[in-house]
Ligand binder design. Structure first.
Ligand SMILES: Nc1ncnc2c1ncn2[C@@H]1O[C@H](COP(=O)(O)OP(=O)(O)OP(=O)(O)O)[C@@H](O)[C@H]1O
Ligand SMILES: [Mg+2]
Length: 225
């Protein structure tokens, strides 16, 4: 097991790993799709993916953790189910694509667990982090885009609530602050944007930040031939 000192992060030398984080309804799915389309049009091989649930096992785990029918779950069970989804996702989807020199864009990743299961549920964040980092081999995105939104605005953008969305405003406020703290502590690997901006303006600012990072993906894909 890691000690907390060991959380220095693994950044793969091949490929480009971009993550979208932010509250419910902040535009993660919209912006990850727009970025994927743009990078594909520039000739990159892009794997657009998400957590939880973008593997066969992950889809079953997602159903359990998000379905209101699940009802109450032990907080630690919830952490472990999310961690299992992450392990499967990283090992079978994210790392293989990065090793091929592709661009991987994920809609949510480890920060979501730190924010929701750690800050939100009020579990010891160091313990949640230990589990999540172990599950992912401490693999980190080269860039995490945080679409920051007041939960009162984000939750108002849609109707119908899953188990997490149905949590209190206070839960979502704590989660929001937690992600902002992670970003503030590591500005080289984070871009924080006000999610209220127009979607095309957000897409342009994200592309601007991603563009200098693309050389690593292109170089790896070309080396492969
Ligand atoms: N910049 C924007 N301004 C206004 N509305 C937006 C913007 N971006 C997305 N939306 C709208 O807000 C809603 C939520 O967007 P989206 O599904 O991309 O967010 P999300 O972060 O993926 O949400 P969830 O947390 O539910 O997965 C959608 O109806 C979308 O069309
Ligand atoms: Mg979404």
């Amino acid at each position: 097991m890691f000690t907390e000192m060991d959380f220095t992060g693994t950044y793969l030398p091949q490929g480009l790993f971009v993550c979208f984080e932010g509250g419910e309804g902040s535009g993660k799915s919209t912006q990850s799709r727009l970025l994927a389309e743009r990078l594909e049009s520039l000739g990159h091989v892009v794997r657009l993916t998400f957590e939880p649930g973008d593997t066969r096992v992950g889809a079953e785990l997602r159903r359990i953790v998000l379905s209101p029918e699940t009802g109450q779950l032990s907080d630690r069970t919830e952490v472990l189910l999310y961690a299992a989804d992450k392990a499967e996702h990283v090992d079978t989807v994210v790392v293989p694509a990065l090793e091929r020199g592709e661009v991987v864009i994920t809609d949510r990743y480890v920060d979501t667990t730190l924010a929701y299961q750690g800050a939100g549920r009020g579990l010891a964040i160091g313990e949640v982090e230990e589990v999540a980092r172990w599950a992912t081999g401490d693999l980190r995105p080269h860039l995490t885009v945080v679409l920051d939104v007041d939960p009162r605005d984000g939750l108002g953008r849609f109707e119908g609530r899953d188990r997490i969305e149905a949590e209190s405003l206070d839960f979502h406020q704590r989660a929001r602050q937690s992600v902002l703290d992670l970003a503030a502590a590591d500005p080289d690997h984070y871009l924080v944007l006000d999610a209220r901006a127009d979607r095309d303006e957000l897409a342009a600012r994200i592309l601007e930040r991603v563009t200098p990072l693309l050389a690593r993906a292109t170089a790896a894909a070309e080396a492969r031939g």
